[in-house]
Design a protein around this ligand. Structure first.
Ligand code: BGC
Length: 563
């Protein structure tokens, strides 16, 4: 059942992508039919993100008041009306109005569909299911490009086809129930129980259902009291800087200049025939989908920071190549622009595409999560609008090379921003992320005393083995005199801490293969970083770090919420 839920809500992602992408192939026939200026072109194209801005503003209160299900039903009706009207539009202004309606639907759905998925999903599948949503967006974009290709200059048919996934969303939502969490919010416990039973299926016992219901209720009692003013609290600020910063960089990297205007970009870059432009555009869509899958595979394995570094370096290089290819106008450099485009899309899709969405859902303290996510996704649409609206105007003023040069510089800034501000949240529980924020420590230090936990096949170790190893490792540290008296606590905390324990398991497996007992500097290999940073934190941060970092929950700075 949960996969059906994800599938239905994923339709909202497909609609999001479709309505973003469909304009790309429609523009050339629209230009031919209506003689539009670059300002009108910018308005018509940017109407979707502009409408979405309002959709995102409305979504939170609609979903609270009428429920997630009714809100998505409402959005699906807008999708169908918007698509049909756009297909029948007599002129540019009506078309712009219809795209505004579509944008409203996109904005509502883009916020409520992931909420619907995450409130219905069991927690261990939540991250994966939220990424499925980004995948759905890229599939929607690709379908729009395929429709563009199949219907060549029939822009009316292209827009109308958007009604189909809208109808599917309506039918799907009509048979689903609302989320257990929303029913509880409205005091409808019996409905909540039935909804939960339905999404968890028959394999789950009555006892488990009751206990999950209890958890949802308890979380609402302690966490549901967020007020708008709480968003300004100093502890929430670093999370906002990360969330808003990532969306700023994601959008100002120019992705939607490519997604919305791909054939135009290829034309400017020297592709003369319309069908070659569309083929190249489909190439963009395919790379976007495939590399999103790669990103989903990597995200928990190499960690958020590394993936972002790779993403920003890759996009900066790709955009730089497009800029040089386009600015020189030399025919032989066109190929440079094409390779640059492939590199740019690949690096974006694997990293800068999914990461802001994934991190947005994990960095905010629970009592303000919903509101903070609303504000953050609002900034996504604001910057999206800015880029899409300004693109035609900027290209006429600066040329394609100049505009892509600016986007490349933004990606360079992204490398620096990642280095200075991004915490490593992979493998860290939501509660630990929250605890770190509340401790007042610099947010970007979270998770950095160890490299992101790689999946390891190394067998687990016992507490005694961990104690023995850490005792030896402490002796290899320059701070041994300070650390030695704390060894019991260090080994307790090191054993409980996921990242230190993973490093210990890897080293233990390595050393046992050589059947030796005494550890040397050399044995630590690439896990050395983890131990060095772990010990440094204990030495310099404060002894209370020991209490803070371990799983055993201890009050910190008067925070009485404990576990
Ligand atoms: C962005 C969209 C973009 C899409 C491209 C998403 O993460 O938020 O604006 O069009 O990726 O795949």
């Amino acid at each position: 059942m949960i996969y059906f839920v994800a599938l239905v809500a994923g339709l909202a992602g497909i609609l999001f992508g479709f309505d973003e992408g469909v304009i790309a192939g429609a523009l050339s026939s629209l230009r031919a039919e209506f003689q539009i200026t670059s300002l009108e072109e910018g308005m018509m194209t940017a109407a979707v993100p502009f409408g979405a801005l309002f959709g995102a503003l409305l979504a939170g209160s609609l979903a609270e008041r009428f429920g997630r299900r009714q809100t998505l039903l409402f959005a699906s009706v807008l999708f169908v009306i918007g698509a049909l009207c756009a297909g029948l539009a007599p002129g540019v202004w009506v078309l712009t109005g219809c795209r505004l309606v579509l944008g409203l639907a996109v904005g509502v759905a883009a916020m409520v569909a992931p909420l619907y998925i995450s409130e219905s999903a069991p927690s261990k599948q939540r991250g994966m299911l939220v990424s499925v949503y980004q995948l759905a967006i890229t599939i929607g974009i690709l379908s729009a490009y395929l429709v563009n290709f199949a219907f060549d200059d029939k822009w009316r048919t292209m827009f109308m086809l958007g009604a189909l996934p809208g109808i599917a969303l309506f039918l799907g939502m009509a048979v689903l129930k609302d989320t257990p969490r929303w029913y509880i919010l409205k005091g409808r416990t019996e409905d909540a129980r039935r909804a939960l039973q339905r999404v968890r299926g028959t394999s789950v016992s009555q006892h488990e259902i009751e206990s999950e219901l209890g958890h949802i209720k308890a979380a609402m009692d302690t966490g549901g009291s967020g007020r708008w003013a709480d968003l300004l609290a100093p502890v929430v600020r670093p999370a906002f800087i990360v969330g808003i910063g990532l969306f700023f960089l994601q959008q100002l990297s120019g992705i939607n200049a490519v997604i919305y205007y791909a054939p135009t970009v290829f034309q400017e870059a020297g592709f003369d025939s319309g069908s070659t432009q569309l083929m190249a555009t489909i190439g963009v869509g395919v790379v976007n989908v495939l590399m999103t899958l790669v990103g989903m595979y990597l995200i928990d394995r190499i960690g958020r920071r590394r993936l972002l570094f790779l993403g920003f370096v890759g996009t900066a290089l790709g955009l730089g190549m497009i800029a040089v290819g386009a600015a020189t106008g030399i025919q032989s450099l066109d190929i440079l622009a094409v390779i640059g485009m492939a590199l740019y899309i690949a690096a974006f899709a694997a990293s800068i595409g999914p990461l802001p969405w994934v991190m947005m859902a994990e960095i905010f303290p629970s009592h303000v999560r919903g509101m903070a996510m609303g504000v953050t996704s609002l900034t996504n649409w604001g910057f999206n609008f800015l880029v899409v609206f300004s693109f035609p105007v900027l290209v006429s003023a600066l040329g394609l090379g100049g505009v892509f040069g600016i986007y490349a510089l933004v990606c360079v800034a992204g490398v620096i921003f990642t280095y200075l501000r991004i915490p490593e949240t992979s493998g860290v529980s939501l509660e630990d992320i929250e605890k770190h924020l509340l401790s007042g420590r610099p947010f970007h230090m979270l998770g950095q005393f160890a490299p992101p936990p790689m999946y390891t096949d190394a067998p687990d170790i016992t507490q005694d083995q961990a104690h023995e190893m850490l005792t030896q490792l402490v002796e290899l540290s320059p701070y041994r005199a300070y650390l030695r008296p704390l060894i019991n606590r260090i080994s307790e905390v090191g054993y409980d801490n996921h990242q230190v324990r993973t490093a210990l398991r890897i080293v233990h497996a390595r050393v046992s293969r050589q059947s030796r007992q005494t550890l040397t500097q050399h044995d630590m290999g690439s896990e050395r970083e983890t131990f060095v940073a772990f010990f440094e934190h204990i030495r310099f941060a404060s002894p209370s770090f020991l209490e803070w970092v371990g799983e055993p929950q201890v009050d910190n700075k008067g925070d009485s919420r404990g576990a």
